[in-house]
Design a protein around this ligand. Structure first.
Ligand code: NAD
Ligand code: IPM
Ligand code: MN
Length: 357
């Protein structure tokens, strides 16, 4: 039978709360020709507590054996003083690298129903549909040398931005491939006026673009891109950028959609295997209170259905249900207006399940 193996990695903070709700939505889709076998694994702070490492080998093995991985979030104040290799965040970086998940897709989509929830004017964000394609396994996150060293009687902190041509080429190809099924416009974001690695990025993007004559390539410096995202985000179709720039720009993108609690992501390798997770973190400030918005994780599960499980039809159903729920005025605290009723995490996912057609 066609039973799909899904590994759930709830993680820390609100991670377990939002992953449990996404699971309920996936379970509601089961039946007929669609069946899921769920397993669970540890990553992040909870894995440090249980096994002394943020990414146990067992978790990596389960991830390799799964058809797809759905993650919550990692990290929290409890682990912020640990040595760097033991930090929860390092577990996430290691699983991304180990599975070669170099293409991180972050669709910045503003549901019309939420245009009023954004801190930007509704006419600026209404209809917004951008795809951020973030390089995820290179750049300053992984470059050597790194560390804190003694130099001239003081400590010096070092990190290295580093990109090979092949790393740039493959992420740019991904961006153009996605542009082809969208509006065929790619904006490559860099800092080529200052950084050599960005110059190589820009040159490589130009070279890749020659293979996609049906698409338009433009370039923008990252400082300007940050400003343009807030000034007139409607000008963008696909944005392709480095690991660090993509991290920062996607949080700006999140706020354009109303809340970081709305933004899903997919991290894919060449084989189309994927790890799916909300863009937000473990939100220690609201963890354990049933306040978290589960929609980013539910929408990440929809991306999983589409990109790793070959079930675009089910992804469409989940996304349509989310739209209905928002159209009915149902809101968690992060997207509620003043005086509007606020749903708990579990009430929100129950509403999505009830809205599945
Ligand atoms: P965060 O995204 O966790 O929280 C930022 C703000 O957004 C907080 O006020 C939080 O309450 C709110 N928020 C986030 N998700 C929400 C949701 N689903 N519903 C409602 N509100 C939500 O970022 P942070 O505070 O900078 O980081 C907290 C911890 O999470 C840190 O340890 C950080 O390293 C980690 N982190 C992990 C990931 C990940 O696992 N992918 C991503 C980002 C941050
Ligand atoms: C994200 C997060 C991670 C990143 C951290 C937690 C390592 O901020 O997924 O956006 O910087 O990639
Ligand atoms: Mn981030």
């Amino acid at each position: 039978s066609d039973q799909k193996k899904i590994l759930l990695l709830p993680g820390d903070g609100i991670g377990p709360e939002v992953v449990a709700e996404a699971r309920r939505v996936l379970e509601a889709l089961q039946g007929g020709d669609f069946n899921i076998e769920f397993s669970e694994g540890l990553i992040g702070g909870c894995a440090v507590d249980a096994h002394g490492t943020p990414l146990p080998d067992a978790t990596l093995e389960k991830a390799r054996a799964a058809d797809a991985v759905l993650m919550g979030a990692v990290g929290g104040p409890k682990w912020d003083t640990l040595d760097r290799p033991l930090r929860p965040e390092r577990g996430l970086l290691r699983i991304r690298a180990a599975l070669d998940l170099y293409a991180n897709l972050r669709p910045v989509l503003c549901f019309d129903e939420l245009a009023e929830a954004s801190t930007l004017k509704p006419e600026i964000v209404r209809g917004l549909d951008i795809l951020i394609v973030r390089e995820l396994t290179g750049g300053i996150y992984f470059g050597e040398p790194r560390g804190v060293v003694e130099e001239g009687g003081q400590r010096v902190g070092i990190n290295t931005e580093r990109y090979s041509e092949s790393e740039i080429e493959r992420i740019c190809r991904s961006a153009f491939e996605y542009a082809r099924v969208r509006d065929r416009r790619v904006c490559s974001v860099d800092k080529a006026n200052v950084l050599e690695s960005s110059q190589l990025w820009r040159d490589t993007a130009e070279r890749v673009a020659r293979d996609y004559p049906d698409c338009a390539l433009s370039h923008m410096y990252v400082d300007n891109a940050a400003m343009q995202l807030v000034r007139g985000p409607g000008q963008f179709d696909v944005l392709v950028t480095s690991n660090l720039f993509g991290d920062i720009l996607s949080d700006i993108g999140a706020q354009l959609t109303g809340s970081i609690g709305m933004l899903p992501s997919a991290s894919l390798n060449r084989q189309g295997q994927g790890l799916y997770e909300p863009v937000h973190g473990s939100a220690p400030d609201i963890a354990g209170q049933g306040k978290a918005n589960p929609l980013a994780t539910i929408l990440s599960a929809a991306m999983m259905l589409r990109y790793s499980l070959g079930r675009g039809d089910l992804a469409d159903r989940v996304e349509a249900a989310v739209k209905r729920v928002l159209a009915n005025g149902l809101r968690t605290g992060d997207i509620a207006g003043p005086g509007e009723a606020v749903l708990s995490t579990a009430q929100m996912s129950a509403a999505v399940v009830a809205a599945l057609h």
